[in-house]
Write a protein that binds this ligand. Structure first.
Ligand SMILES: C[S@@+](CC[C@H](N)C(=O)[O-])C[C@H]1O[C@@H](n2cnc3c(N)ncnc32)[C@H](O)[C@@H]1O
Length: 318
């Protein structure tokens, strides 16, 4: 686990032994704010995506869980979610088992980098950047969920980008990360929605291959052309995913696959790699701007970047 911090951290703000208010439980709607800031998050589309899922799901599987936005929108009772990024999976497991510890992780790092959340004066940007780089070096020396959480909230655009030797190299963002109290409130809202899920650190293929008839698998993969340095996804291959989806369909498992309409070259490549007939429905789920484009085009106009997100389903919709 990460080193302790030099500054004194503020006390915990939420009593985790008390049940959350009814309005924040699984039946109470999708939480407004994201718990993790995550490039490529489906947060804005999550409700629309989960509404396309059938109502008779035996078990829900999400093999590229990331910030768990679709999972949280669905709030399933029986589910398995996995990701190849081990500290991320450890984060979600600790949200379930020890939310007070997750709250402390964030509160301590916030104090380490930004000082007292109630102070009248904010630390200058260069001091913040210095603190951020210290947390990033510590994470790269020993990847861990506590530092990853803070880095994601403070990094430029929630980008999870790695260099060729596996080190996270996203620069510090110019924004002020959400204060510890706001984070604790979000954690309280999100936690009930993921309690029915088992989180695992595994490659997508292992997860998809375990789904059985009556189950639903939702895939939101990185796309190999444009996202090869994101999330440490260098090993991802679309053909391997398509083969796993074929096998799942043969077992009568329903599979939904998200394709971000902004990834134009990716969409072209995907079209070539998908066997005609594998997917029986193409649904446009929403419109919005792509964070990925925003990162690549930093400083340039976004007006032409309004895009649709598509969802491919292996079953026919009535
Ligand atoms: C586009 S993101 C998923 C975003 C998620 N739907 C959300 O709303 O936050 C893709 C995820 O796939 C994960 N990933 C990349 N390669 C993988 C692999 N081979 N097996 C499993 N997960 C992988 C990444 O770590 C990342 O979390």
């Amino acid at each position: 686990m990460a080193n302790s911090t030099q500054r004194k951290a503020p006390a915990a703000q939420v009593d985790w032994l008390q049940p959350p208010p009814a309005s924040t439980t699984a039946a109470g709607g999708l939480p407004k704010g994201q718990l993790l800031k995550w490039i490529g998050s489906k947060h804005r589309f999550a409700k629309a995506i989960s509404q396309r899922f059938p109502s008779d799901i035996q078990r829900y599987w999400e093999p590229f869980v990331g910030s768990a936005s679709v999972l949280a929108a669905l709030a399933p009772q029986r589910a398995t979610a996995s990701d190849v990024l081990a500290p991320l999976v450890e984060f979600w497991q600790t949200v379930q088992s020890d939310p007070g510890l997750v709250e402390r992780w964030y509160t301590e790092r916030w104090a380490e980098v930004l000082g007292d959340p109630d102070a009248a004066h904010r630390v200058p940007q260069e001091v913040k950047v210095q603190g951020y780089l210290q947390v990033r070096s510590r994470y790269n020396a020993q990847p861990n969920p506590a530092d990853l959480l803070f880095l994601l909230r403070a990094s430029y655009g929630g980008v999870v980008r790695f260099n060729s030797s596996g080190g996270m190299n996203t620069p510090c963002g110019i924004h002020r990360p959400i204060p510890p109290l706001e984070f604790a409130h979000r954690l309280r809202q999100w936690r009930p929605r993921v309690l029915g899920t088992t989180f695992e650190n595994s490659d997508f293929e292992t997860t998809i291959d375990r789904a059985t008839r009556g189950d639903l698998v939702y895939c939101d993969p990185p796309y190999s052309d444009s996202e090869s340095t994101l999330y440490g996804a260098q090993g991802f291959q679309l053909a391997r995913l398509m083969a796993a989806i074929e096998r799942a369909k043969e077992r009568r498992v329903r599979v939904a696959l998200s394709i971000d309409g902004s990834k134009r070259s990716g969409a072209h490549q995907i079209a070539l790699e998908i066997r005609p007939g594998l997917f029986e429905t193409v649904a446009a789920v929403d419109v919005g701007r792509s964070m990925l484009r925003r990162f690549q085009l930093a400083g340039q106009t976004l007006e032409s970047e309004v895009v649709a997100d598509r969802l491919l389903l292996t079953w026919p919709e009535n």
